[in-house]
Design a protein around this ligand. Structure first.
Ligand code: SF4
Length: 186
């Protein structure tokens, strides 16, 4: 089965080449919004050969789930700039699932949420953590009062570590329900 999957995944372009192309595509997309004439230039031979001068390739693992697939994080001046697969990892052997293949986007994506947001009159606005916790917990308690504790289902995350999973289970128990499972089950 794994062999078949590997055969199917055998790329006409290498993963590394694909990631390079994606990076160039993203760069072109961003550059396209600049004033005409200043937006594009050909990469120099040195940039093509080494887009991140002085970077280090650090062996690590994907932290999105407990499979722990191998990953190479390329780091430049302390910043994670590019991701590659670890071909020699004993578990993943150079593969990733669709979540792990762009784990770097957890850091670099412009869509990443960094603070609570609330939609008011059709517009998203930033709110403080205290307000977010107060409003969400207030609504949860109102629903619980109206419908009982089994109105809620608690789904843990594949990103939880042992301690986080413990607290999450405790939270569901204190809430008063056994409706708790791991998100991957569904
Ligand atoms: S690449 Fe996918 S399967 Fe592997 S550790 Fe990351 S999330 Fe889990």
């Amino acid at each position: 089965m794994i062999e078949k999957m590997r055969d199917k995944m055998t790329p006409r372009i290498g993963r590394r080449s694909f990631l390079k192309m994606a990076a160039v595509g993203a760069g072109v997309g961003a550059a396209a919004s600049l004033p005409l004439g200043r937006s594009l230039r050909a990469a120099t031979a040195a940039e093509v050969k080494e887009p991140f001068p002085g970077s280090k390739r650090v062996k690590t693992i994907c932290s999105i789930c407990s499979a722990g697939c191998g990953m190479i994080a390329e780091v430049q001046n302390g910043v994670w700039v590019r991701q590659d697969v670890a071909q020699d990892h004993p578990i993943s052997e150079g593969s990733h699932c669709c979540k792990g293949i762009d784990q770097i986007d957890l850091i670099k994506s412009k869509q990443r949420l960094k603070f609570p947001m609330k939609k008011e009159n059709g517009q998203w606005k930033r709110i403080g953590w205290d307000q977010a916790v107060d409003e969400i917990s207030g609504k949860m308690l109102a629903l619980r009062k109206e419908n009982g504790p089994d109105m809620a289902m608690f789904l843990g995350s594949a990103k939880f570590n042992l301690q986080q999973a413990y607290y999450f289970r405790k939270f569901a128990a204190m809430w008063g329900t056994n409706n708790i499972d791991h998100v991957a089950r569904i």
